[in-house]
Design a protein around this ligand. Sequence first.
Ligand SMILES: C[S@@+](CC[C@H](N)C(=O)[O-])C[C@H]1O[C@@H](n2cnc3c(N)ncnc32)[C@H](O)[C@@H]1O
Length: 242
Amino acid sequence: MTEEYRHSAEFIDIMIAPHWQAYGPVLTEALRGAPAGPVVDLGAGGGHGTRVIAQALPEAEILAVEPTPGLRAVLLARVNEDAGLRERVTVLPEGFPQARLPGRLGALVAMSVIGHFDPADRGGMWDLLAERLAPGGRAVLNLQPPAEAVAVPEAQMADVRVGRRAYRGWGRAEPAGAGKVVWHMTYRVYQDEELVQEVQVDYDWWVLGEERLKEELALRDLTASPAGPAELGVYVVTRSRL
Ligand SMILES: C[S@@+](CC[C@H](N)C(=O)[O-])C[C@H]1O[C@@H](n2cnc3c(N)ncnc32)[C@H](O)[C@@H]1O
């Protein structure tokens, strides 16, 4: 499920960066008091979240799982450039469910990732949390609209300037069967407002809303609580019985 990102990898880290201004403080707060580790950053991308985790839990070992080579290169470079991160972040190249994860988890972070998992793999992730979360452990994840398999009209989603170039992203979604949409993304690069590059990528995305999330978790004695501003869609998942 990472083939698409091979074509868009160069754009993802810079386009997601502005969102981390809002996600960062919410993730920090959500991790407060989590056991020291290990912490898994599942689908870590270029590592914006990895960096937040490292600051929030300064003692924790971190496993940053990132199957897309282009994004993993960004992640590895970001980790390598910081002596503190280099000491305690391990970058794993296999995705879920192939990645070998620790038997005990202080926390698992899955930001802007859940929709990549089909219902079977999603269930596998809830099973893993139910089995491996340490006492006081938690998962932090976000749900992204749409919550149902409906069309989403085209909208501009990113506009980032680097030097003379502007990197702009647009997306629209179409229903693609039960529980799934396809996001049609267009990434355009402009130099001095002249279009110089265009990349189109389609991503399958398994939709999930709060109600369904809670139902799936309840089957495993897990609970989801909203965290931060509602529009960010962030949830903290813990055991129902502590
Ligand atoms: C939208 S990006 C989010 C990156 C990062 N979590 C962030 O918020 O900056 C989604 C990431 O999920 C990764 N991904 C897709 N399928 C995955 C899987 N099966 N296991 C782990 N990561 C996966 C992609 O490679 C990509 O880096």
